[in-house]
Design a protein. Structure first.
Length: 114
């Protein structure tokens, strides 16, 4: 199995899971090694769920403040983005940071196809 990115651990769901696991470890109800395995499974499962279950599309307009590419990870910071959703709703924000990683996982080379 390829190594998974840990990006979603910083989401509200990932932070709640991490806090809960920390509490369980502190109370002596959970071994730290089990908590690590739970987080690793979370990384795999959240990525798979987002890939297979989310089908919504949006159009984004805004000012590209900065972008960078390091270790196969793109990062974009957009000022004053406007999101136009499939249903016609429009959302606006002050600033948004996008992080885009290879679907192959970190440190994996693209597969060659004959």
């Amino acid at each position: 199995m390829a190594t998974q990115y840990e990006l979603y651990r910083r989401s509200s769901l990932g932070l709640a899971l991490t806090d809960t696991l920390d509490d369980l470890i502190q109370e002596g109800h959970l071994d730290p090694q089990v908590a690590i395995k739970v987080l690793q499974q979370f990384d795999v499962t959240i990525g798979e769920a987002l890939h297979s279950k989310v089908r919504a599309k949006t159009h984004i307009k805004g000012h590209l403040r900065e972008y960078r590419f390091c270790d196969d990870v793109w990062t974009f910071v957009v000022d004053r983005p406007t999101f136009k959703l499939d249903g016609g709703d429009i959302l606006e924000a002050e600033r948004v940071k996008f992080v885009a990683c290879s679907a192959r996982g970190p440190g994996t080379a693209p597969s060659s196809q004959a």
